[in-house]
Design a protein around this ligand. Structure first.
Ligand SMILES: Nc1ccn([C@H]2C[C@H](O)[C@@H](COP(=O)(O)O)O2)c(=O)n1
Ligand SMILES: [Zn+2]
Length: 195
């Protein structure tokens, strides 16, 4: 009898991969973020990425980061976590988990708490002390939300999606390459999340 496939995605890898894939819908030229919410039964109930509100033109609103605040992206972009919560297809997400490619900001932390989500799994966090992330941590901890850093696989694991042929390959090797930096652990304040 043939054996089941051994080289497959763990649940956490699966949900974080979906968050990462969703981030690739973002039009933010600097930082693409994705989020995936699961309910208590491990079913996906919401997905989102950072982008402008419905009906607001990607071409008319600014995408810059500096200068006059009104002429930056910050007042206009909906965060990935916010979109995932608003897109949820189930009213009750109490006790759910949100997988997010970037640590949630304080505004998203409020939404996470109020929606009943009880766990956050994040892949990246901006280095140093950033007020929006410090305040978020304060709120999440106070509300009893579990904060967990995504545990990357012990060995190299990468997914390659070929949209031309419609094929996908999951490559894994026994050892992590020492020379190649892990993009999930190494981001600067200004860098793209996924290289
Ligand atoms: N947890 C987060 C944090 C940030 N975002 C979005 C908001 C912006 O589009 C971008 C951050 O801009 P940056 O200053 O890093 O270029 O990421 C989000 O969706 N979720
Ligand atoms: Zn946010």
């Amino acid at each position: 009898m043939s054996k089941p496939r051994e080289d497959y995605l763990s649940w956490d890898e699966y949900f974080m991969s979906i968050a990462l894939l969703s981030s690739q819908r973002s039009k933010d030229p600097a930082t693409q973020v994705g989020a995936c919410i699961i309910n208590k039964k491990q079913r996906i109930v919401g997905i989102g990425y950072n982008g402008l509100p419905h009906g607001c033109s990607d071409k008319e609103l600014p995408w810059g980061k500096t200068g006059d605040w009104m002429e930056t992206k910050y007042p206009y972009v909906c965060h990935a976590e916010m979109n995932a919560i608003l897109n949820k297809n189930q009213a009750d997400i109490d006790g759910g988990t949100i997988f997010t490619t970037l640590y949630p900001c304080n505004e998203c932390a409020k939404l996470i708490i109020q929606s009943g989500i009880s766990k956050v799994v994040y892949a990246n966090k901006k280095p140093g002390s950033v007020p929006a992330f410090d305040a978020s941590e304060r709120l999440l901890k106070m509300a009893g939300v579990i904060i967990s850093k995504f545990d990357p696989p012990a060995s190299e694991k990468s997914l390659k999606i070929d949209l031309n042929t419609g094929s996908i390959s999951l490559d894994s090797s026994q050892q992590k390459s020492i020379s190649k930096p892990n993009p999930l652990q190494n981001i600067s304040n200004d860098s793209k999340i996924i290289a």
